[in-house]
Design a protein around this ligand. Sequence first.
Ligand SMILES: Cc1cc2nc3c(=O)[nH]c(=O)nc-3n(C[C@H](O)[C@H](O)[C@H](O)COP(=O)(O)OP(=O)(O)OC[C@H]3O[C@@H](n4cnc5c(N)ncnc54)[C@H](O)[C@@H]3O)c2cc1C
Length: 211
Amino acid sequence: MGMDRYDLVVIGGGPGGYPGAIRASQLGLRVALVEASRLGGECTNYGCIPTKAMIRPANILWSLRSMGFVKGNLDLAFDEYMEWVSSITNRISGGVEMLLKGYGVDLYRVRDLRDPLGVLKDILETVLRAYRDAGIIHGDLSPYNIMVTRDHDSERCYVIDWPQWIRAGDEKGLEILRRDLRYMAEFFSKKYGLGIDPEDLFARVVGSDGR
Ligand SMILES: Cc1cc2nc3c(=O)[nH]c(=O)nc-3n(C[C@H](O)[C@H](O)[C@H](O)COP(=O)(O)OP(=O)(O)OC[C@H]3O[C@@H](n4cnc5c(N)ncnc54)[C@H](O)[C@@H]3O)c2cc1C
C-alpha cells in the first residue's frame, strides 16, 4: 500500500466487505479493499450464485424426466455447462470490481509471496515464542490469520486474530497446536510446493525434550 493513507481498510471483497467499503466511500471516507482471491467472495464464486445457476436447469431437467419426456441416460455437455456457470460468476465478480472502482474504493490484490519459506519460518518463530515464552497456543492458525507486508524485497509477517488462544498446558493444547501447524504445512505445501512435514514443524515448536 506504499505511502497511501486510508480512513478504512476492508479485508475481503465478499458480500460483507464490498458493500461496506462502497457505503463508507459514499459517506466520504477514503477506503481501500484488499482481496486475497476472487471479488464477490464465497457467495458469488462458490456459493449462492453458482448453485442457483446449477439448480434451475437441474430442476427443469428433473421435471421433464419425472413427466416422462426425458428417458435413459442423458449426454450432458458437462464441461460446457460448467463454463456457462463460470461465465456468470466471472461477470458478477467483474461487476463488483467495477462498482468498487466506480465508488472510488482503491482495490488491492494479495500477491504471491516472494519468499514463502522465509514467511513460514517467521510464522514458526511466532508460534514458538508464543508457546515457549508466553505459554499460549493460537488455536485458529490459518492462511487468513497471517498478514504479510512487503517493503521492497523483504517480507514481514504477523500472526493476527488471537482471541481464541488457549494455554499451552491445556488438556487439548498439544492437539490444537498440532492442528494449527498442520494447516500451515498443508497450505505452504499445496500453494508453494514446499513439501513440509507437519510433524517436523510440531517437533520444532515443542522441542525434542517435549517442552
Ligand atoms: C453452497 C452455498 C450456497 C449459499 N447460498 C446462499 C444463498 O442462497 N443466500 C445467502 O444469503 N447465502 C448463501 N450462502 C452463504 C454466503 O455465501 C455467505 O453468507 C457469504 O458469502 C458471506 O459473505 P462474507 O463477505 O461474510 O464472506 P465471504 O463471502 O467468505 O467473503 C470473504 C472474502 O474475503 C477474502 N479474504 C479472506 N481473508 C482474507 C485476507 N486475509 N486478506 C484478503 N482477503 C481475504 C476471501 O477471499 C473472500 O473473497 C451460500 C454458501 C454456500 C457455501
